[in-house]
Design a protein around this ligand. Structure first.
Ligand code: NAD
Length: 496
């Protein structure tokens, strides 16, 4: 039985003006329809933006602790439905159930965390250089925000954006990925149930190239928060910059793990497996490069391929499955094409490399965990984001060489180093040009109380997740207040 995923505009669940729909399907079994989804046109986006604009004054003036109380209820509802939401996510997007439950948990954590921010949202009170005058800075909302999200974290990423946007006093128009429209709809149902007033949260479904593009360029949007591919993010950023909108883009990655000759190899192998093949390699933080010291290269490679051969591929709802499908046929073909590119470039296929169609997997979009060895840093497979279970193992002479290889990339989201040497870890921490660095841990494992984001083509904003300078800085702007109670004209800088 499939769900109907409608738009949510001004507190009403509505069909789109176009009357058209599209289907969201199960990537582990393409014959299963998960949802029939409204396909929004421009009129739907206009209505959603209008509703958010009308609701803005009421919401901005609601005391932040009261806004936080609603988010607390959202967290409780998410927690009470964690299992159902996790199972739905596995069916709609393919990641294995434990990971899907982790995705929901991240949204629960973010909702509790931002509920608490309702009682902080702190600015600064500082002294004035003049007598009988005081000064302070306060955080105020941006206004109406558009939130555009990808499919790989169908509930966590929307929560990273929705909760800080709301607690800060913004109203929103949320455009989730068309591949995970049902998960998004369930989240908005929870927001409604928790008591979000009409018009404060609006949901429009649709494809990126029409609904998303029209929303991103809408003149009545004040701020835009996007997570997705670099190509789309750069396009959106240009549009927003030209319109003077506040914008934050979290984009792609080509993340790397360094394995030094003094590393605990078994720990590094576990990290490379989790980083490379977790979520079928479809994470912005996936470790698609492993840069290994030449002294332990062969030892690492043989343990890594042996461990990869034990990965069990299948439907993510089955307890025995370690790795699920890719999101759709296009992505599967893209990954298989990159495998051919890698072979053509002269990399050695150390493991995997084919579509996987055993048992029921023939119905979905499965690819074997794939490891390339003898990869050189300038090869396309070592530079471009493949977004699938393909890991390039690259040899390095020493720490400096390894750091140079990692930094010689267009992206800069996450890096990691495995070493037992405290000095090497300190140098890596300082020199790796990525937004996030892990030491003796894989590239996966961001926590919501810290900012999240990258350098170079991985994005700008660091708006996601928590951290005082993270999400709140994106979703608020500063207002500065000077109050003169001297009863006479005082001139700053001049009366000194
Ligand atoms: P995508 O760029 O194709 O789509 C992301 C969202 O943008 C979707 O909602 C889509 O409908 C919309 N969109 C597409 N074209 C648009 C346009 N022209 N105008 C406006 N909106 C448009 O990305 P995806 O395939 O959904 O997600 C995978 C990508 O996301 C990968 O590159 C991955 O690295 C990246 N990602 C980054 C982070 C991060 O935090 N840095 C997190 C998760 C995923």
């Amino acid at each position: 039985m499939y769900s109907i995923a409608k738009n949510f505009i001004n507190g009403e669940w509505t069909d789109s003006d176009t009357g058209e729909t599209f289907e969201s399907i199960n990537p582990a079994d393409a014959s299963e329809i998960i949802g029939v989804v409204s396909k929004s046109g421009k009129a739907d986006v206009d209505k959603a933006v209008g509703a958010a604009r009308d609701a803005y004054d009421g919401w901005r003036l609601k005391p932040p602790p009261k806004r936080g109380e609603i988010l607390f209820r959202v967290a409780e509802l998410l927690a009470s439905r964690k299992q159902d939401l996790g199972e739905l996510m596995t069916r709609e997007m393919g990641k294995i159930l434990p990971e899907a439950l982790g995705d929901v948990q991240e949204a629960i954590d973010m909702s509790y965390y931002m509920a608490g921010e309702g009682r902080r949202l702190a600015g600064e009170t500082v002294p004035s250089e003049l007598p009988n005058k005081d000064c302070k800075s306060i955080r105020v909302p941006i206004g109406v925000c558009a939130l555009i999200t990808p499919w790989n974290f169908p509930i966590a990423i929307p929560a990273w954006k929705i909760m800080p946007a709301l607690v800060s006093g913004n109203t929103i128009v949320f455009k989730p990925s068309s591949h995970t429209a049902v998960c998004a709809t369930k989240c908005v149902e929870i927001l409604q149930e928790a008591g979000i007033p009409e018009g404060v949260v609006n949901l429009v479904h649709g494809r990126g190239e029409d609904t998303g593009e029209y929303l991103a360029s809408h003149p009545a949007i004040d701020g835009l928060s996007f997570t997705g591919s670099t190509a789309v993010g750069e396009k959106i950023a240009k549009t927003c910059a030209g319109q003077g909108k506040k914008v934050s883009c979290e984009m792609g990655g080509k993340n790397a793990i360094i394995v030094m000759d003094d590393a605990r190899i078994e720990l590094a192998v576990e990290g490379a497996l989790w980083g490379g093949f977790g979520t079928t390699g479809q994470r912005c933080t996936a470790a698609s490069r492993v840069v290994v010291h030449e002294g332990v290269y062969e030892r690492f490679l043989s343990s890594f391929t042996r461990a990869a051969s034990k990965i069990r591929i299948g439907n993510g709802l089955l307890e025995e499955t370690d790795m699920g499908p890719l999101i759709n046929k296009t992505q599967m073909e893209k990954v298989l094409n990159y495998i051919e590119i890698g072979k053509g470039e002269g990399a050695e296929l150390a493991f995997g490399g084919k579509a996987y169609g055993e048992r029921d997997c023939v119905k979905g979009f499965f690819v074997e965990p794939t490891i390339f060895s003898e990869v050189r840093p300038r090869m396309r497979i070592a530079r471009e984001e493949i977004f699938g279970p393909v890991v390039c193992v690259i040899k390095a002479r020493d720490l400096q060489d390894a750091i140079r290889i990692v930094n010689d990339a267009d992206y800069g989201l996450v890096s990691a180093i495995y070493t037992q040497d405290v000095n090497k870890s300190a140098i890596a921490e300082r020199e790796l040009n990525t937004g996030i660095v892990y030491i003796n841990a894989s590239t996966i494992g961001a926590e919501i109380q810290l900012p999240f984001g990258g350098t170079k083509k991985s994005g700008f904003g660091h708006e996601e997740a928590g951290g005082r300078g993270g999400a709140l800085d994106m979703f608020t702007k500063w207002k500065v207040i000077y109050r003169d109670f001297s009863g006479k004209l005082q001139k700053a800088q001049i009366d000194r």
